[in-house]
Write a protein that binds this ligand. Structure first.
Ligand SMILES: Nc1ncnc2c1ncn2[C@@H]1O[C@H](COP(=O)(O)OP(=O)(O)O)[C@@H](O)[C@H]1O
Ligand SMILES: [Mg+2]
Length: 313
């Protein structure tokens, strides 16, 4: 058994909302996995099912080989969840919360050194005896991370941990999750920041309207869309473009023009030739790779017409 997570034909309906529509995937042990999708895609629902907080309508899910329903306790022990919402009990101190969580998972005094280490690593030592309500939003988020790790779970799931946090804390969270990954943890990170998934994740699943649109490495996702951008600086800036070039334009700002070419090598010569024939001078040119954001938008758009048709039916 080398899988940290397996999800099969997973469905979730909340009354009128079909939040998950038959999702299948597996995450290998030790993988840094990204779950990406716009708001409302079903990310938190999927994670809730893995953590035993949401009951699936149909299908199966397992964490470290333990079925989340039939072997709830073992599955829950294998997973540390950093929730999206800042939920906390204002009457406890940071250290008390960690001890309570530790006790909930059946740990005793032997866990003391680990709790103190978490306080240290997450820069919470100074605030260990402060009540949670006295802490800033960023500090509360650090407490949620410590809580998720208190029982030393092999799988760590972070649900939009950087939404609304400042740059400094975001950098600290990235460093910390990278460290957990290097120490052998399986990491599942949900985010709607593409640059974050791009920087951290080995494989990325794109979820939209409850269905997986794609699941691949970053390079694999980019390779599905082999177009390139050709950026030109034209003289004169208000030059009229020949039709063959005008239809490739995605952006224009005066003399600066951005074209999308599906077959760069075949098209670039034709573009330059057609500009020359029209008397337009090219002062400068370079090409750019499409980013994950452009690929993501294209995938989400591909899915949109089918969803709209289904909603109408
Ligand atoms: N407890 C709930 N009751 C009813 N609808 C819900 C509930 N939780 C989520 N939803 C709906 O399910 C869909 C998926 O939500 P969610 O899983 O939170 O998506 P994401 O985390 O990707 O933003 C949304 O349409 C949301 O409104
Ligand atoms: Mg969410």
């Amino acid at each position: 058994m080398t899988e940290a997570i397996r999800v099969e034909r997973l469905h979730k309906r909340y009354a009128a909302v079909h939040a998950l529509r038959g999702v299948d995937f597996a995450v290998a042990r030790g993988e840094f996995f990204g779950l990406l999708g716009p708001n409302g895609a079903g990310k938190t629902t999927l994670i809730g099912i893995l953590a035993g907080l949401v009951r699936p309508t149909a299908g199966r899910a397992a964490v470290m080989g333990h079925d989340v329903r039939r072997q709830w306790r073992a599955a829950r022990r294998s997973l540390g969840l950093v929730p999206q919402e800042l939920v906390y009990d204002p009457f406890f101190t940071v250290r008390e919360i960690l001890w309570l969580q530790s006790g909930y998972f059946g740990h005793g005094r032997e866990n003391r050194a680990w709790i103190e280490e978490l306080l240290e690593v997450l820069d919470l030592a100074d605030k260990a005896d402060a009540n949670l309500q006295e802490l800033s939003g960023g500090m509360k988020r650090r407490v949620l991370i410590a809580q998720a790790l208190v029982h030393r779970p092999p799988v760590v799931v972070l649900d939009e941990p950087t939404a609304g946090v400042d740059v400094e804390l975001r950098q600290a969270l990235w460093r910390f999750t990278r460290r957990l990954h290097a120490e052998g943890h399986t990491i599942v990170l949900t985010t709607h920041y593409l640059e974050e998934a791009e920087a951290l994740c080995e494989r990325i699943a794109i979820l939209d309207h409850g269905s997986l649109r794609a699941l691949d490495t970053k390079a694999g996702l980019l390779a599905r869309h082999p177009w390139r951008c050709l950026c030109l600086e034209l003289e004169p800036p208000d030059a009229a473009l020949p039709e063959a070039v005008a239809r490739l334009v995605t952006e224009r700002d005066g003399g600066r023009v951005r074209l999308r070419l599906h077959r760069l090598h075949d098209q670039i010569g034709a573009v330059l030739e057609s500009l020359r024939a029209a008397g337009v001078r090219v002062r400068d040119l370079h090409t750019e790779e499409p980013g994950l954001e452009e690929v993501f938008l294209e995938l989400i758009h591909e899915g949109a017409p089918a969803q709209a048709a289904e909603a109408q039916a």
